[in-house]
Design a protein around this ligand. Sequence first.
Ligand SMILES: Cc1cc2nc3c(=O)[nH]c(=O)nc-3n(C[C@H](O)[C@H](O)[C@H](O)COP(=O)(O)OP(=O)(O)OC[C@H]3O[C@@H](n4cnc5c(N)ncnc54)[C@H](O)[C@@H]3O)c2cc1C
Length: 429
Amino acid sequence: MSAAGALSSAFQEVVILERDVLPASIMSRAGVPQDRHPHLLLAGGLQALDSLFPGFAQDLAAAGAVPVNVFKDVQYERPDVGALPRRDCGTSLLCGSRPLIEHTLRRKVTAIANVKVQSQSRVTEIVPAATRPMVKFENDAGVGAAIEADLVVDASGRGAPTLGLFDALGWERPQETAVGVDISYTTAVLRPGRTSFDWLNLVTLPDPATSATAGLIIPLEGGRWFTSISHHGATNRPGTWEDYLAAARQLKTPAIYNAVYKLLPPGGLRHFVFDASRWRHFERLKRLPRGILPVADSLCRFNPVYGQGMTVAAREAKLLREILDRVAGEADPIEALQAGFMSEVGALLQAPWNMGVNADFAYPTTRGQRPERYEESRQFEAALFRAVVADPVVQRAFSDVVQLVEPFDLINSPDIRQRIEAHSLAQNA
Ligand SMILES: Cc1cc2nc3c(=O)[nH]c(=O)nc-3n(C[C@H](O)[C@H](O)[C@H](O)COP(=O)(O)OP(=O)(O)OC[C@H]3O[C@@H](n4cnc5c(N)ncnc54)[C@H](O)[C@@H]3O)c2cc1C
Protein backbone atom coordinates (compact mmCIF):
# COMPACT_ATOMS: atom_id res chain seq x y z
CA MET A 1 0.00 0.00 0.00
CA SER A 2 2.81 2.41 0.76
CA ALA A 3 4.39 1.67 -2.64
CA ALA A 4 1.02 2.28 -4.33
CA GLY A 5 0.72 5.65 -2.58
CA ALA A 6 4.28 6.56 -3.56
CA LEU A 7 3.69 5.70 -7.22
CA SER A 8 0.28 7.32 -7.55
CA SER A 9 1.58 10.78 -8.44
CA ALA A 10 3.47 9.51 -11.49
CA PHE A 11 1.12 6.93 -13.02
CA GLN A 12 -2.31 7.34 -14.51
CA GLU A 13 -3.74 4.47 -12.51
CA VAL A 14 -2.42 2.20 -9.74
CA VAL A 15 -4.24 -1.09 -9.13
CA ILE A 16 -3.57 -3.13 -5.98
CA LEU A 17 -4.41 -6.77 -6.62
CA GLU A 18 -5.14 -8.45 -3.28
CA ARG A 19 -6.15 -12.08 -2.89
CA ASP A 20 -8.09 -11.52 0.37
CA VAL A 21 -11.54 -10.11 0.89
CA LEU A 22 -10.54 -6.91 2.64
CA PRO A 23 -12.49 -6.31 5.85
CA ALA A 24 -14.35 -3.02 6.19
CA SER A 25 -13.62 -2.98 9.93
CA ILE A 26 -10.44 -3.48 11.94
CA MET A 27 -9.94 -7.22 11.98
CA SER A 28 -7.42 -9.92 11.14
CA ARG A 29 -7.40 -11.56 7.72
CA ALA A 30 -6.04 -14.78 6.28
CA GLY A 31 -3.51 -13.29 3.84
CA VAL A 32 -1.42 -11.82 6.66
CA PRO A 33 -1.42 -14.51 9.39
CA GLN A 34 1.25 -12.51 11.23
CA ASP A 35 -1.32 -9.82 11.96
CA ARG A 36 -2.38 -11.59 15.18
CA HIS A 37 1.03 -10.88 16.69
CA PRO A 38 2.55 -7.61 17.92
CA HIS A 39 3.49 -5.25 15.11
CA LEU A 40 5.61 -2.37 16.30
CA LEU A 41 5.84 0.43 13.77
CA LEU A 42 9.24 1.99 14.50
CA ALA A 43 9.60 5.77 14.57
CA GLY A 44 11.35 5.68 11.16
CA GLY A 45 8.35 3.87 9.66
CA LEU A 46 5.83 6.19 11.23
CA GLN A 47 7.75 9.18 9.86
CA ALA A 48 8.00 7.63 6.38
CA LEU A 49 4.26 6.85 6.26
CA ASP A 50 3.38 10.28 7.57
CA SER A 51 5.45 11.93 4.86
CA LEU A 52 3.93 9.75 2.11
CA PHE A 53 0.40 10.14 3.48
CA PRO A 54 0.14 13.46 5.36
CA GLY A 55 -2.00 13.07 8.46
CA PHE A 56 -1.32 9.32 8.79
CA ALA A 57 0.10 9.60 12.34
CA GLN A 58 -2.79 11.79 13.43
CA ASP A 59 -5.31 9.33 12.01
CA LEU A 60 -3.57 6.38 13.66
CA ALA A 61 -3.63 8.13 17.04
CA ALA A 62 -7.27 9.15 16.54
CA ALA A 63 -8.12 5.51 15.76
CA GLY A 64 -6.81 4.50 19.19
CA ALA A 65 -3.08 3.77 18.80
CA VAL A 66 -1.19 4.47 22.03
CA PRO A 67 1.63 7.06 22.00
CA VAL A 68 4.84 5.71 23.53
CA ASN A 69 7.86 7.88 24.20
CA VAL A 70 11.19 6.14 23.55
CA PHE A 71 12.75 5.42 26.13
CA LYS A 72 10.75 7.33 28.76
CA ASP A 73 7.88 4.85 28.52
CA VAL A 74 9.99 1.80 27.64
CA GLN A 75 11.36 -0.75 30.08
CA TYR A 76 14.02 -2.41 27.92
CA GLU A 77 15.82 -5.11 29.87
CA ARG A 78 19.11 -6.45 28.58
CA PRO A 79 21.14 -9.29 30.08
CA ASP A 80 24.41 -7.32 30.05
CA VAL A 81 23.57 -3.85 31.38
CA GLY A 82 20.11 -4.38 32.87
CA ALA A 83 17.25 -2.00 32.09
CA LEU A 84 18.18 0.93 29.85
CA PRO A 85 17.64 4.37 31.42
CA ARG A 86 14.13 5.76 30.92
CA ARG A 87 15.28 8.94 29.20
CA ASP A 88 13.24 10.88 26.64
CA CYS A 89 15.23 10.28 23.44
CA GLY A 90 13.07 12.55 21.31
CA THR A 91 11.01 9.99 19.35
CA SER A 92 7.57 8.52 19.87
CA LEU A 93 5.84 5.43 18.60
CA LEU A 94 2.16 4.76 18.11
CA CYS A 95 1.34 1.26 19.30
CA GLY A 96 -1.67 -0.50 17.86
CA SER A 97 -2.57 -3.80 16.28
CA ARG A 98 -1.44 -4.62 12.77
CA PRO A 99 -5.09 -4.59 11.55
CA LEU A 100 -5.41 -1.04 12.95
CA ILE A 101 -2.23 0.13 11.21
CA GLU A 102 -3.34 -1.54 7.97
CA HIS A 103 -6.88 -0.17 8.19
CA THR A 104 -5.60 3.39 8.76
CA LEU A 105 -3.20 3.09 5.85
CA ARG A 106 -5.82 1.55 3.56
CA ARG A 107 -8.13 4.50 4.20
CA LYS A 108 -5.35 6.87 3.21
CA VAL A 109 -4.48 4.88 0.09
CA THR A 110 -8.04 4.40 -1.10
CA ALA A 111 -8.67 8.13 -0.70
CA ILE A 112 -6.20 8.72 -3.57
CA ALA A 113 -8.36 9.13 -6.67
CA ASN A 114 -6.23 7.05 -9.06
CA VAL A 115 -5.52 4.13 -6.69
CA LYS A 116 -7.87 1.20 -6.87
CA VAL A 117 -7.83 -1.79 -4.51
CA GLN A 118 -9.14 -4.89 -6.20
CA SER A 119 -9.78 -7.59 -3.62
CA GLN A 120 -10.35 -11.32 -4.22
CA SER A 121 -7.78 -11.12 -6.98
CA ARG A 122 -5.07 -13.72 -6.54
CA VAL A 123 -2.12 -13.18 -8.84
CA THR A 124 -1.23 -16.42 -10.56
CA GLU A 125 1.46 -15.34 -12.98
CA ILE A 126 3.39 -12.45 -14.43
CA VAL A 127 3.71 -12.94 -18.17
CA PRO A 128 6.95 -11.48 -19.51
CA ALA A 129 6.90 -9.01 -22.35
CA ALA A 130 9.41 -6.84 -24.16
CA THR A 131 7.46 -3.70 -23.38
CA ARG A 132 4.70 -4.12 -20.79
CA PRO A 133 4.41 -7.15 -18.50
CA MET A 134 1.01 -8.72 -18.00
CA VAL A 135 -0.33 -9.84 -14.61
CA LYS A 136 -2.77 -12.73 -14.57
CA PHE A 137 -5.07 -13.16 -11.59
CA GLU A 138 -8.21 -14.98 -10.59
CA ASN A 139 -11.04 -14.63 -8.10
CA ASP A 140 -12.15 -17.23 -5.52
CA ALA A 141 -14.35 -18.94 -8.09
CA GLY A 142 -11.32 -19.41 -10.35
CA VAL A 143 -12.48 -16.80 -12.89
CA GLY A 144 -9.41 -15.29 -14.44
CA ALA A 145 -8.50 -11.85 -15.78
CA ALA A 146 -5.33 -9.99 -16.71
CA ILE A 147 -3.91 -6.48 -16.62
CA GLU A 148 -1.07 -5.12 -18.70
CA ALA A 149 1.01 -2.55 -16.86
CA ASP A 150 4.00 -0.27 -17.29
CA LEU A 151 5.25 -1.27 -13.87
CA VAL A 152 4.45 -4.32 -11.72
CA VAL A 153 5.44 -4.02 -8.05
CA ASP A 154 5.62 -7.37 -6.31
CA ALA A 155 4.61 -6.76 -2.67
CA SER A 156 3.21 -10.24 -2.17
CA GLY A 157 5.43 -11.00 0.84
CA ARG A 158 7.00 -14.18 -0.52
CA GLY A 159 7.88 -12.86 -3.98
CA ALA A 160 6.45 -15.95 -5.70
CA PRO A 161 5.16 -14.05 -8.77
CA THR A 162 8.60 -12.53 -9.47
CA LEU A 163 10.47 -15.80 -8.88
CA GLY A 164 7.98 -17.56 -11.17
CA LEU A 165 8.71 -14.97 -13.83
CA PHE A 166 12.46 -15.59 -13.51
CA ASP A 167 11.80 -19.30 -14.00
CA ALA A 168 9.55 -18.65 -17.02
CA LEU A 169 12.23 -16.50 -18.59
CA GLY A 170 14.89 -19.13 -17.87
CA TRP A 171 16.81 -16.58 -15.77
CA GLU A 172 18.82 -17.67 -12.78
CA ARG A 173 17.11 -16.63 -9.55
CA PRO A 174 18.96 -13.96 -7.53
CA GLN A 175 21.46 -15.07 -4.88
CA GLU A 176 19.98 -15.30 -1.43
CA THR A 177 21.41 -14.72 2.03
CA ALA A 178 19.41 -16.70 4.58
CA VAL A 179 19.85 -16.72 8.32
CA GLY A 180 17.92 -19.53 10.02
CA VAL A 181 16.45 -18.46 13.34
CA ASP A 182 13.39 -20.72 13.80
CA ILE A 183 11.63 -18.18 15.98
CA SER A 184 8.52 -19.51 17.58
CA TYR A 185 6.05 -16.83 18.73
CA THR A 186 3.33 -17.30 21.29
CA THR A 187 1.04 -14.32 21.70
CA ALA A 188 -1.90 -13.44 23.91
CA VAL A 189 -4.18 -10.40 23.98
CA LEU A 190 -4.85 -9.36 27.57
CA ARG A 191 -7.38 -7.00 29.08
CA PRO A 192 -6.79 -4.57 31.94
CA GLY A 193 -6.70 -6.23 35.32
CA ARG A 194 -6.08 -4.97 38.79
CA THR A 195 -3.13 -2.74 38.08
CA SER A 196 -1.46 -0.14 35.90
CA PHE A 197 2.22 -0.05 35.00
CA ASP A 198 4.84 2.68 34.98
CA TRP A 199 5.90 1.66 31.45
CA LEU A 200 4.06 1.24 28.16
CA ASN A 201 6.48 -1.15 26.46
CA LEU A 202 8.29 -3.91 28.31
CA VAL A 203 10.99 -6.00 26.66
CA THR A 204 13.01 -8.69 28.46
CA LEU A 205 15.89 -10.15 26.50
CA PRO A 206 17.72 -13.35 27.44
CA ASP A 207 21.41 -14.00 27.79
CA PRO A 208 21.80 -15.97 24.53
CA ALA A 209 24.52 -18.17 26.06
CA THR A 210 22.07 -19.67 28.54
CA SER A 211 18.55 -19.00 27.25
CA ALA A 212 16.73 -18.45 23.97
CA THR A 213 13.52 -17.01 25.36
CA ALA A 214 12.51 -13.34 25.19
CA GLY A 215 9.33 -11.59 26.27
CA LEU A 216 7.40 -8.50 25.26
CA ILE A 217 4.37 -6.50 26.33
CA ILE A 218 3.00 -3.63 24.25
CA PRO A 219 -0.32 -1.79 24.36
CA LEU A 220 -2.88 -1.89 21.61
CA GLU A 221 -6.08 0.02 20.94
CA GLY A 222 -9.04 -0.48 23.22
CA GLY A 223 -7.03 -0.58 26.46
CA ARG A 224 -5.71 -4.07 25.69
CA TRP A 225 -2.19 -5.43 25.77
CA PHE A 226 -0.26 -7.81 23.58
CA THR A 227 2.16 -10.12 25.29
CA SER A 228 4.47 -12.41 23.35
CA ILE A 229 7.08 -14.93 24.26
CA SER A 230 9.52 -15.84 21.53
CA HIS A 231 11.90 -18.79 21.45
CA HIS A 232 14.98 -18.70 19.25
CA GLY A 233 15.60 -22.06 17.61
CA ALA A 234 13.12 -23.73 19.92
CA THR A 235 10.72 -26.47 19.09
CA ASN A 236 8.54 -26.39 22.22
CA ARG A 237 6.05 -23.62 22.84
CA PRO A 238 3.54 -22.78 25.56
CA GLY A 239 0.29 -24.54 24.74
CA THR A 240 -1.86 -23.17 27.55
CA TRP A 241 -2.01 -19.98 29.60
CA GLU A 242 -0.47 -21.89 32.52
CA ASP A 243 2.44 -22.93 30.27
CA TYR A 244 2.74 -19.30 29.17
CA LEU A 245 2.99 -18.08 32.77
CA ALA A 246 5.56 -20.79 33.49
CA ALA A 247 7.62 -19.63 30.47
CA ALA A 248 7.28 -16.00 31.63
CA ARG A 249 8.67 -17.04 35.03
CA GLN A 250 11.77 -18.44 33.29
CA LEU A 251 12.62 -15.11 31.63
CA LYS A 252 15.74 -13.24 32.70
CA THR A 253 13.68 -10.99 35.04
CA PRO A 254 10.23 -11.52 36.57
CA ALA A 255 8.88 -8.23 35.13
CA ILE A 256 6.73 -9.81 32.40
CA TYR A 257 5.38 -12.52 34.70
CA ASN A 258 4.57 -9.91 37.37
CA ALA A 259 2.71 -7.83 34.80
CA VAL A 260 0.77 -10.50 32.91
CA TYR A 261 -0.58 -12.45 35.85
CA LYS A 262 -2.31 -9.26 37.00
CA LEU A 263 -4.07 -8.85 33.64
CA LEU A 264 -7.15 -10.82 32.72
CA PRO A 265 -6.23 -14.13 31.05
CA PRO A 266 -6.62 -14.30 27.29
CA GLY A 267 -9.26 -16.05 25.24
CA GLY A 268 -6.54 -18.11 23.60
CA LEU A 269 -2.93 -18.23 22.52
CA ARG A 270 -1.76 -17.64 18.96
CA HIS A 271 1.36 -19.18 17.49
CA PHE A 272 3.62 -18.35 14.58
CA VAL A 273 6.86 -19.90 13.43
CA PHE A 274 9.32 -17.85 11.40
CA ASP A 275 12.09 -19.97 9.92
CA ALA A 276 14.62 -17.61 8.39
CA SER A 277 15.46 -14.05 7.51
CA ARG A 278 15.95 -13.93 3.78
CA TRP A 279 17.57 -11.29 1.57
CA ARG A 280 17.10 -12.00 -2.12
CA HIS A 281 19.80 -10.00 -3.79
CA PHE A 282 17.86 -8.59 -6.75
CA GLU A 283 20.06 -5.51 -6.32
CA ARG A 284 23.12 -7.55 -7.42
CA LEU A 285 21.60 -8.43 -10.80
CA LYS A 286 22.69 -6.55 -13.88
CA ARG A 287 19.05 -5.91 -14.67
CA LEU A 288 15.52 -6.92 -13.75
CA PRO A 289 12.86 -8.20 -16.12
CA ARG A 290 11.31 -5.22 -17.84
CA GLY A 291 8.83 -3.36 -15.61
CA ILE A 292 9.18 -5.62 -12.54
CA LEU A 293 10.03 -4.39 -9.06
CA PRO A 294 10.06 -6.66 -5.97
CA VAL A 295 9.74 -4.70 -2.72
CA ALA A 296 9.35 -5.19 1.04
CA ASP A 297 9.32 -8.83 2.22
CA SER A 298 9.50 -10.08 -1.38
CA LEU A 299 12.95 -8.52 -1.49
CA CYS A 300 14.10 -8.89 2.11
CA ARG A 301 12.35 -10.54 5.06
CA PHE A 302 13.64 -9.61 8.49
CA ASN A 303 13.51 -11.55 11.73
CA PRO A 304 10.24 -10.10 13.14
CA VAL A 305 11.50 -9.81 16.71
CA TYR A 306 13.31 -6.60 15.77
CA GLY A 307 10.12 -4.99 14.43
CA GLN A 308 11.69 -3.75 11.19
CA GLY A 309 9.60 -5.14 8.30
CA MET A 310 6.83 -2.54 7.96
CA THR A 311 9.26 0.30 8.60
CA VAL A 312 11.61 -0.90 5.88
CA ALA A 313 8.65 -1.33 3.50
CA ALA A 314 7.55 2.26 4.17
CA ARG A 315 11.08 3.58 3.75
CA GLU A 316 11.40 1.71 0.43
CA ALA A 317 8.21 3.41 -0.72
CA LYS A 318 9.70 6.76 0.22
CA LEU A 319 12.81 5.87 -1.75
CA LEU A 320 10.59 5.00 -4.74
CA ARG A 321 8.94 8.42 -4.52
CA GLU A 322 12.32 10.19 -4.42
CA ILE A 323 13.62 8.23 -7.41
CA LEU A 324 10.43 8.85 -9.37
CA ASP A 325 11.02 12.58 -9.03
CA ARG A 326 14.56 12.14 -10.36
CA VAL A 327 13.77 9.92 -13.37
CA ALA A 328 10.77 11.85 -14.67
CA GLY A 329 12.74 13.37 -17.56
CA GLU A 330 14.60 10.19 -18.57
CA ALA A 331 14.10 8.66 -22.02
CA ASP A 332 13.02 5.39 -20.36
CA PRO A 333 11.73 6.34 -16.90
CA ILE A 334 10.60 2.77 -16.05
CA GLU A 335 14.05 1.30 -16.60
CA ALA A 336 15.60 4.25 -14.79
CA LEU A 337 13.23 3.72 -11.87
CA GLN A 338 14.06 0.00 -11.64
CA ALA A 339 17.81 0.66 -11.87
CA GLY A 340 17.72 3.65 -9.50
CA PHE A 341 15.72 1.77 -6.87
CA MET A 342 17.95 -1.29 -7.03
CA SER A 343 21.13 0.77 -6.80
CA GLU A 344 19.96 2.48 -3.59
CA VAL A 345 17.85 -0.10 -1.82
CA GLY A 346 20.86 -2.16 -0.69
CA ALA A 347 22.08 0.70 1.50
CA LEU A 348 18.61 1.04 2.99
CA LEU A 349 18.43 -2.67 3.85
CA GLN A 350 21.98 -3.13 5.09
CA ALA A 351 21.73 -1.47 8.51
CA PRO A 352 18.53 -3.18 9.71
CA TRP A 353 19.79 -6.47 8.27
CA ASN A 354 23.17 -6.19 10.06
CA MET A 355 21.62 -5.18 13.37
CA GLY A 356 19.25 -8.15 13.33
CA VAL A 357 21.70 -10.73 12.04
CA ASN A 358 24.43 -9.69 14.49
CA ALA A 359 22.00 -10.14 17.37
CA ASP A 360 20.77 -13.48 15.96
CA PHE A 361 24.21 -15.05 15.75
CA ALA A 362 24.62 -14.66 19.52
CA TYR A 363 22.28 -17.69 19.72
CA PRO A 364 24.15 -20.96 19.12
CA THR A 365 21.23 -22.44 17.14
CA THR A 366 21.28 -19.73 14.43
CA ARG A 367 22.05 -21.14 10.98
CA GLY A 368 23.95 -19.47 8.15
CA GLN A 369 27.11 -17.54 7.48
CA ARG A 370 28.29 -15.38 10.37
CA PRO A 371 29.02 -11.79 9.35
CA GLU A 372 32.70 -10.96 8.91
CA ARG A 373 34.52 -9.73 12.01
CA TYR A 374 31.65 -10.95 14.12
CA GLU A 375 33.47 -11.10 17.47
CA GLU A 376 34.68 -7.54 16.97
CA SER A 377 31.13 -6.33 16.36
CA ARG A 378 29.91 -8.15 19.51
CA GLN A 379 32.56 -6.40 21.56
CA PHE A 380 31.59 -3.09 20.04
CA GLU A 381 27.94 -3.76 20.86
CA ALA A 382 28.83 -4.48 24.49
CA ALA A 383 30.74 -1.19 24.68
CA LEU A 384 27.86 0.61 22.97
CA PHE A 385 25.36 -0.53 25.59
CA ARG A 386 27.63 0.47 28.46
CA ALA A 387 27.81 3.91 26.89
CA VAL A 388 24.03 4.00 26.25
CA VAL A 389 23.49 3.56 29.99
CA ALA A 390 26.04 6.18 30.97
CA ASP A 391 25.56 8.84 28.33
CA PRO A 392 22.25 10.40 27.17
CA VAL A 393 23.83 11.53 23.87
CA VAL A 394 24.80 7.95 23.00
CA GLN A 395 21.39 6.67 24.07
CA ARG A 396 19.65 9.15 21.77
CA ALA A 397 21.92 8.15 18.85
CA PHE A 398 21.26 4.46 19.54
CA SER A 399 17.53 5.15 19.75
CA ASP A 400 17.48 7.00 16.41
CA VAL A 401 19.49 4.27 14.70
CA VAL A 402 17.52 1.33 16.07
CA GLN A 403 14.23 3.10 15.25
CA LEU A 404 15.52 3.49 11.65
CA VAL A 405 15.20 7.28 11.90
CA GLU A 406 18.92 7.88 11.31
CA PRO A 407 21.49 5.86 9.34
CA PHE A 408 23.81 3.50 11.25
CA ASP A 409 26.70 5.84 10.39
CA LEU A 410 25.53 8.05 13.25
CA ILE A 411 26.92 5.48 15.70
CA ASN A 412 30.22 5.61 13.82
CA SER A 413 30.42 9.41 13.82
CA PRO A 414 33.56 10.73 15.59
CA ASP A 415 31.64 12.25 18.51
CA ILE A 416 29.64 9.10 19.30
CA ARG A 417 32.66 6.81 18.78
CA GLN A 418 34.67 8.97 21.17
CA ARG A 419 31.94 8.81 23.79
CA ILE A 420 31.68 5.01 23.48
CA GLU A 421 35.46 4.65 23.83
CA ALA A 422 35.57 7.06 26.79
CA HIS A 423 33.03 4.95 28.68
CA SER A 424 34.89 1.76 27.81
CA LEU A 425 38.14 3.23 29.16
CA ALA A 426 36.38 4.43 32.32
CA GLN A 427 34.94 0.94 32.80
CA ASN A 428 38.34 -0.73 32.40
CA ALA A 429 40.21 1.78 34.59
C1 LIG B 1 5.11 -12.91 13.71
C2 LIG B 1 5.51 -11.65 12.99
C3 LIG B 1 5.61 -10.46 13.70
C4 LIG B 1 6.00 -9.31 13.04
N1 LIG B 1 6.17 -8.16 13.76
C5 LIG B 1 6.54 -7.03 13.13
C6 LIG B 1 6.71 -5.82 13.86
O1 LIG B 1 6.62 -5.78 15.09
N2 LIG B 1 7.04 -4.69 13.15
C7 LIG B 1 7.20 -4.72 11.80
O2 LIG B 1 7.48 -3.66 11.23
N3 LIG B 1 7.08 -5.84 11.11
C8 LIG B 1 6.76 -6.99 11.72
N4 LIG B 1 6.63 -8.14 11.00
C9 LIG B 1 6.95 -8.12 9.55
C10 LIG B 1 5.81 -7.55 8.73
O3 LIG B 1 4.64 -8.31 8.91
C11 LIG B 1 6.24 -7.57 7.26
O4 LIG B 1 7.56 -7.19 7.11
C12 LIG B 1 5.41 -6.65 6.41
O5 LIG B 1 4.06 -6.92 6.54
C13 LIG B 1 5.85 -6.80 4.95
O6 LIG B 1 4.94 -6.28 4.07
P1 LIG B 1 4.70 -6.93 2.64
O7 LIG B 1 3.81 -5.97 1.95
O8 LIG B 1 5.96 -7.33 2.01
O9 LIG B 1 3.93 -8.30 2.93
P2 LIG B 1 2.58 -8.56 3.71
O10 LIG B 1 2.28 -7.49 4.69
O11 LIG B 1 2.67 -9.96 4.20
O12 LIG B 1 1.48 -8.43 2.59
C14 LIG B 1 1.41 -9.26 1.47
C15 LIG B 1 0.03 -9.08 0.86
O13 LIG B 1 0.02 -9.69 -0.40
C16 LIG B 1 -1.14 -10.50 -0.49
N5 LIG B 1 -0.81 -11.57 -1.46
C17 LIG B 1 0.14 -12.53 -1.30
N6 LIG B 1 0.20 -13.29 -2.41
C18 LIG B 1 -0.70 -12.78 -3.26
C19 LIG B 1 -1.09 -13.13 -4.59
N7 LIG B 1 -0.55 -14.17 -5.25
N8 LIG B 1 -2.05 -12.38 -5.18
C20 LIG B 1 -2.63 -11.32 -4.56
N9 LIG B 1 -2.31 -10.97 -3.30
C21 LIG B 1 -1.35 -11.69 -2.68
C22 LIG B 1 -1.43 -10.97 0.92
O14 LIG B 1 -2.78 -11.34 1.09
C23 LIG B 1 -1.07 -9.71 1.70
O15 LIG B 1 -2.14 -8.81 1.79
C24 LIG B 1 6.26 -9.33 11.63
C25 LIG B 1 6.15 -10.51 10.92
C26 LIG B 1 5.80 -11.68 11.60
C27 LIG B 1 5.76 -12.96 10.81
